[in-house]
Ligand binder design. Structure first.
Ligand code: DX5
Ligand code: ZN
Length: 221
């Protein structure tokens, strides 16, 4: 199993975002949480900020859109060169059409599910996606504890992905630490978003390496 570590800059120092991106150059991508204050009760940044940060980043961008009207706003993030754009299933009117538009715009298409959203209604569209994100906390804030109740869904999603033959990354986001990453990896996740456990560490490269090491201890690895 190839394990991907995507630090979330939601827990970075917002006055030094350029430097905070350089600090994660050993990661596989930077996870960029876009929040609109409607889909989630928090507000971060929008397209102009993401576009400028992208220009100075040493790593690809994995954009996680926690916004309403995803069909309308998501394609622009692909058009400015973000390598991966993830919309929420709960916020998309036409998720298949949107995933196709993202791919046509040159990005990888990701779809996210809140903890209480089932994966079953979406199994037939797995081949339209490059990444499935299973939220392991309620989206909106960093620093929340990992919800173990999401583990059965991660297992079901991993089995469905294997059965579909699709080349799909299974991402988890929320409460990932060197302890919880093991359970998520055992359940079948292959890509791990980590905000506070990376940016809250004194040594950021060591924290990234520690997560990689912990994920590789899983029997799935
Ligand atoms: C939460 C965001 C996460 C957040 C994770 O809504 O989607 O990406 O930054 O933060 P931690 O790792 O601290 O739970
Ligand atoms: Zn996120």
């Amino acid at each position: 199993m190839t394990c991907h570590i995507h630090p979330s800059i939601l827990s970075a120092d917002f006055s030094r975002l350029g430097e905070e991106l350089k600090a994660i150059s050993s990661a596989d991508a930077a996870h960029i949480d876009v929040m609109d204050g409607h889909f989630v009760p928090n507000l971060t940044w929008g397209l102009p900020v993401v576009k400028r940060l992208k220009e100075v980043s040493p790593v690809p961008f994995d954009v996680h859109l926690m916004i309403e009207e995803a069909d309308r706003w998501a394609p622009a993030y692909a058009q400015v060169g973000c390598e991966s754009v993830t919309f929420h299933a709960e916020a998309a009117t036409a998720p298949i059409k949107l995933a196709r538009t993202l791919r046509e715009s040159g990005a990888q298409a990701g779809m996210a599910l809140r903890p209480a959203t089932g994966v079953e209604p979406y199994l037939d569209m797995l081949t339209e996606l490059d990444m499935l994100l299973i939220m392991t906390v309620e989206p909106g804030f960093g620093g929340q504890p990992f919800l173990d109740l999401t583990l059965p869904k991660i297992r079901r999603a991993a089995a469905a992905i294997e059965g579909s033959g699709a080349d799909l990354v299974l991402q988890v986001d929320g409460g990932i630490t060197t302890e919880t990453i093991l359970r998520a990896a055992e359940a079948g996740a292959t890509c791990f978003v980590a905000g506070s456990s990376v940016y809250g560490a004194d040594d950021i490269p060591a924290a990234i390496a520690g997560l990689r090491r912990a994920a590789s201890l899983s029997p799935q690895a």
